[in-house]
Design a protein around this ligand. Structure first.
Ligand SMILES: Cc1cc2nc3c(=O)[nH]c(=O)nc-3n(C[C@H](O)[C@H](O)[C@H](O)COP(=O)(O)O)c2cc1C
Length: 160
């Protein structure tokens, strides 16, 4: 099975999660594609697609939104998995972020959907981001809350 993991990432966490998924998909031929570098990946080359974006201020990246809207037909023809990275702690809000990150047609078509957690990387934030997150998180220490169990679940569902 040929799988592409197509992602967008601001500070590197979604890129990290994409690579963690790729490393665990043993037996598949996996390409990890940064949408900011490869704007129009050839979707015909793959049997399965895994899309990932991070959430900032409640919204997914514009690049991922555009990619999904431009390729909605092709994406609904594939075995599809969706994930988001975020630091929201409330599970109902996590679910809401995940559902709203992708077009409804894709969300309904996807066999696997996953809120994969995230990281606050203060060293990579700009002045404004640092100020906002310091106020919300009440700390200025970098923290990683990547959900390895959710990544394992995503991978298991992809190899079933
Ligand atoms: C300015 C800012 C706003 C954020 N807003 C949200 C948010 O609304 N919901 C959420 O779940 N996570 C939010 N996060 C957390 C990011 O989704 C998290 O840092 C993620 O790991 C970033 O992944 P990336 O480096 O791949 O972009 C925010 C982070 C920053 C810096």
């Amino acid at each position: 099975m040929k799988t592409a993991i197509i992602y967008t990432s601001k500070h590197g966490t979604t890129a990290k999660v994409a690579q963690m998924i790729a490393d665990r998909l043993i037996g598949d031929t996996v390409s990890v594609i940064d949408l900011k570098q490869v704007k129009s990946p050839d979707l015909n080359s793959y049997d399965g697609l895994i899309l990932g974006t991070s959430i900032h201020a409640g919204t997914p990246s514009k690049t991922m939104q555009r990619f999904c809207n431009d390729n909605i037909e092709a994406l609904t023809q594939k075995r599809l998995t969706l994930f988001v990275c975020g630091m929201e702690q409330d599970s109902a809000k996590q679910q809401h972020e995940l559902e709203n990150a992708y077009p409804q047609a894709l969300y309904q078509h996807a066999a696997v959907k996953c809120f994969a957690g995230g990281e606050f990387l203060f060293e990579k934030m700009n002045f404004f981001e640092r100020a906002i997150i310091k106020r919300i998180a009440k700390t200025d220490k970098s923290v990683s809350q990547i959900k390895e169990d959710e990544i394992d679940r995503l991978v298991m569902k992809n190899v079933e």
